[in-house]
Design a protein around this ligand. Sequence first.
Ligand SMILES: Nc1ncnc2c1ncn2[C@@H]1O[C@H](COP(=O)(O)OP(=O)(O)OP(=O)(O)O)[C@@H](O)[C@H]1O
Ligand SMILES: [Mg+2]
Length: 354
Amino acid sequence: MSTVLKCKSGLRPNPQRPIISIGTINVDQLMGPVTHWPDPGTETVYPDYEMRVGGGLGNFGAALKALGAHQHMVVNVGDDAMGDWLQGQFGALADHWHRSQTVTSVTIGMTHADKERTFLSNEGHSSVFDADMVRAMLRGIKLDGAIALVVGSFLMPRLLPDCADILAELRQAGAIVALDTAWPTGGWSNAVQAHLESWLGHVDVLLINDAEAAGILGISVAEFDDDVDGALAKIADKLHDDAIIVIKRGASGATAFSHGAITHVPVPEHVDVVDTVGAGDCFNAGFLMALQQNADLENALRAGIDVAGKAIASQPRRYPELSDLRTDVAATLAGGKNTPVQMHTQTFDQVENS
Ligand SMILES: Nc1ncnc2c1ncn2[C@@H]1O[C@H](COP(=O)(O)OP(=O)(O)OP(=O)(O)O)[C@@H](O)[C@H]1O
Ligand SMILES: [Mg+2]
């Protein structure tokens, strides 16, 4: 059974509003294949190298850009050549990005022959991203009916204490609030659970993978897999009645929970996976763009799965355009048949000052 998104306030996504993302972007430098850890003081030359946009918001924004989505990215970069490079990848979409007086966050990814990866990252600009920057970059943006995704909140230590306020302000302004917790670097500590408790009541669409779902509930992935329906019902208890939970399940596809009903969509055809980095972010892009076009849940899951599948089968990474997708998915994302809902519009400024 599929259900059309309808959030607490009765608002539906307005296709004329942007998909807003709040999160981290960084430069990914991937090199390998690394077969053994080099000895200190030596140099090793590897045949494979790729430099690309990374970070939860970076992957999401790049996937939406390729799809031609209407989006607004709320993010900072460092004040250096890497910051210039990141902004250059997004053209006019990056004009308003905050430049922080520090170095850009860079991740060195060592690839291994078995497709595993080892990542080394500096703190960089993401560690100074804060709520004032978020509010400044939302000023003047119409939020009524916009979809706003917060991704990777635990990677932004200065935003963390104000994250509940930001989610509440977005929702109060009429946005449909989506959250991808990603994996908290230190695991599911009491502090992490306390943050989640303060956020989940403001969330309309929770986008997590099976390991994260198990982490939230304090159970193993095997226990989650044994009783997916029961586990989803327990997570749903933490959210409001009209919220949607989406569990990304790798090669098994994705499962959504809405109003007590489960919708599962498997991966429709085998994917030759070459690089799974950012699979979840690409899924989020397809899924949320489909919701923006007022697709039902089943078609939105299909869109997430197709966008992610196409991206992770490419090397070097190439994000799919509409013409690369299955015909039904491209039609969903093009949303030609939708009549935008006329709604009273309110800017973030107006809400902040009300
Ligand atoms: N091996 C695979 N084969 C086919 N599709 C896959 C595979 N791995 C991931 N996908 C697709 O990508 C989606 C998201 O992947 P996954 O469930 O791994 O999310 P995630 O763990 O959040 O990803 P990430 O590693 O980016 O955080 C899946 O729902 C599925 O559609
Ligand atoms: Mg993820």
